[in-house]
Design a protein around this ligand. Structure first.
Ligand SMILES: NC(=O)c1ccc[n+]([C@@H]2O[C@H](COP(=O)([O-])OP(=O)(O)OC[C@H]3O[C@@H](n4cnc5c(N)ncnc54)[C@H](O)[C@@H]3O)[C@@H](O)[C@H]2O)c1
Length: 277
């Protein structure tokens, strides 16, 4: 439908089973795109524990699945907080596939939530470093290659409803996601002359591993049963359901395709009508 044959995409944070990144990888692969599955790969202390991160084993399983869909796929571990690793990621992707056309900044930390007056400096840094600095570094190195190639490109930042509205206990997450929209707009204006389009997608609630963790966290805070909390989300939503990973993957496939060639600098809500500004 979107014909991405011959293109190469890097999708960060795509090494976690049932995550949004995995769904984006599968959709782009179905459209004929070669995909680089990249994730942190290993646990790193309490902030990046097994419960939350995509491991190298999961990454390899996703590579195998993506190869069945159409395009080729490889896994390259990368911690997006560090420029040397990001530079290496983009370089290796280019060496392997010969080009880099699409960068999807999906890696995110949405499970570090604390009351604002108790918010720890290291918690703030961890969230901002992955969500915002990571997107900055990956966009920068992808753009360098896209400009060298001279054939344009597309960058999509997976922001959030928290890029448009505030949420309790989530000062760092909300700030980082609002920041991603600023990064999107600034880069869209600056990189347009190289035919590089930059957009953001803003999902509301998607029941991935992270989404489940957030439901549990908020239902406990509100003293509600998990199922009742989830039903509340469904009842508030004009489309009467929570978001699914494919809702986001479809939006990304459209935005990176030529069908969206006049769309840049947008922060597109994919929220069933729950968020509309
Ligand atoms: N699930 C939702 O309800 C929801 C809603 C809005 C936005 N989002 C955003 O969508 C994106 C994907 O979320 P998800 O629900 O699939 O969560 P997820 O936890 O399944 O995916 C996040 C991925 O980011 C990776 N990651 C974390 N730190 C990293 C680092 N330093 N370097 C590289 N990778 C790192 C994790 O290993 C994980 O694979 C995130 O940016 C999240 O903020 C999710």
């Amino acid at each position: 439908m979107y014909d991405l044959k011959g293109k190469t995409a890097i999708v960060t944070g795509s090494g976690r089973t049932k995550g949004i990144g995995e769904a984006i990888v599968m959709k782009l692969a179905e459209e004929g795109c070669n995909v680089v599955i990249t994730d942190i790969g290993t646990t790193k202390g309490e902030q990046f524990s097994e419960e939350h991160v995509g491991t190298t084993d999961e990454m390899e399983a996703i590579v195998a699945e993506a190869k069945k869909k159409g395009g080729d796929a490889i896994a390259i571990p990368c911690d997006v907080r560090f420029e040397a690793q990001v530079k290496n990621l983009v370089q290796k992707a280019k060496e392997h596939f010969g080009r880099v056309d699409i960068m999807v900044n999906n890696a995110g930390v949405g499970y570090i939530m604390e009351p604002f007056t108790e918010f720890k400096e290291e918690s703030w840094d961890a969230v901002l470093d992955v969500n915002l600095k990571g997107a900055f570094l990956c966009s920068k190195h992808a753009a360098i290659h896209m400009i060298e190639q001279g054939t344009g490109g597309a960058i999509v930042n997976i922001a959030s409803q928290a890029a448009k509205s505030g949420f309790p206990f989530a000062a760092a997450y909300t700030s980082s996601k609002h920041g991603m929209v600023g990064l999107t707009r600034s880069n869209a204006v600056e990189l347009g002359k190289f035919k590089i389009r930059v957009n953001a997608v803003c999902p509301n609630h998607i029941t991935t591993g992270l989404g489940h963790w957030q439901n549990k966290f908020f239902s406990e805070k509100m003293g509600l049963d998990y199922e009742d909390y989830l039903q509340g989300i469904v009842d508030r939503n004009p489309m009467g359901r929570t978001g699914q990973v494919n809702d986001i993957a479809n939006a990304v496939a459209f935005l990176v395709s030529d069908k969206a060639s006049y769309i840049t600098g947008e922060a597109m809500n994919v929220s069933g009508g729950e968020e509309y500004h």
